[in-house]
Design a protein around this ligand. Sequence first.
Ligand code: PMP
Ligand code: GLN
Length: 388
Amino acid sequence: YTQRIDGEGAAAWDIHNRAVEKLRKGEDIIVLSMGDPDFDTPQPIVDAAIDSLRAGDTHYTDFTGEPELRQAIAQLHQQTTGQQVGIDNIVVLAGAQCALYCAAHCILDPGDEVIVPEPTYVTYEAVIGATGAKTINVPMDPDNGFRINIADFEAAITDKTRAIMLNSPHNPTGAALSVEDIKAIAELSIKHDLWVISDEVYASLVYDENHHSIAGLPGMAERAITINSLSKSHAMTGWRLGWIVGPESLSYHLGNMVTAMLYGVPTFIQKAAVVAINGSDTEVEAMRLAYRDRRDLVYKHLNAVTNLRCHQPAGGMFMMIDIRKSGLSAQQFANELLDREGVSALAGEAFGPSAAGHIRISLGVPCEVLEQACQRIAACFNAIMAEQ
Ligand code: PMP
Ligand code: GLN
């Protein structure tokens, strides 16, 4: 077998699988290890899918996406990023994960390098590796709120660098790029003629500021590849609906890619996606406010515990809790937390060395459950401290 898709990505979920197993056995477990919204997909979206199936939309579809859906995406993208695009800039794919994979295959050759801020979402290494290219990690400092340092990016550029891969709001850190950040990265990408792949699946979940997207900046239209999906914004993780916005020439190559590996996202899902994008603003906003309340609750609760610190995420659906004072590695702490208190969280190491000493919890459960979880996390931490 090829080693190209090896990486730590799959192993990251071991603790999650262990938690789910315990849950199945009837143990009292709070699962915070997976980022999957607890909300149901809004009903009008579900109805649209059912109506579409009943109307006989059961045939092959427009491989790169139904024009009506791409039109809706174009408008949404314009609102979110400020970049003016048409349907020929857009290709619909089976979720952001599929979009990341396809985008990487269209622009990377073996031996190329891709600069990625680290901690990194767990799948990126395999996505880049599958093309034969190499991930070059640029660490972000937990003691500086996991913010990027542009000088580190510049220092990582070599003659093999083809792309910079961004994720804002960020999984797992919750950090969001500022206007200054994206301007500096845009300048760098233009100067060195690089692609920028920008994974913005949490763009609808920003809490304190507006979302800032690099695609809308001058000079970026020909090099920005923006990836988004309905998974988190509309609580549609299981529907597998995402997309890429990029230059028209990229759409051509993506079209070839789609023909080679997907033949398009099912029509009934695309029909539902049109309803999602054009008619669910109220539901999307309600979910954002619910996540914000959850974030505020956890932040307040955990920072009241002596020596336990958690980061205030600017966006997304995760929080990073700094457990370094416990003296344990995050993996050890996560195991103790699951075994002693029945709470599952991912160990920061899964996302890279800069996240060591942190555990990631998901905000995909109601406030009452999060409050319980906070009590258990604090109890676990305090017990470990008392045993030292
Ligand atoms: N990128 C990031 C940063 C993610 O957290 C996820 C998982 N939600 C994905 C991509 C994949 O999302 P999707 O469900 O749209 O494939
Ligand atoms: N993106 C989600 C997370 O980070 C889950 C993705 C998955 O593994 N299905 O938890």
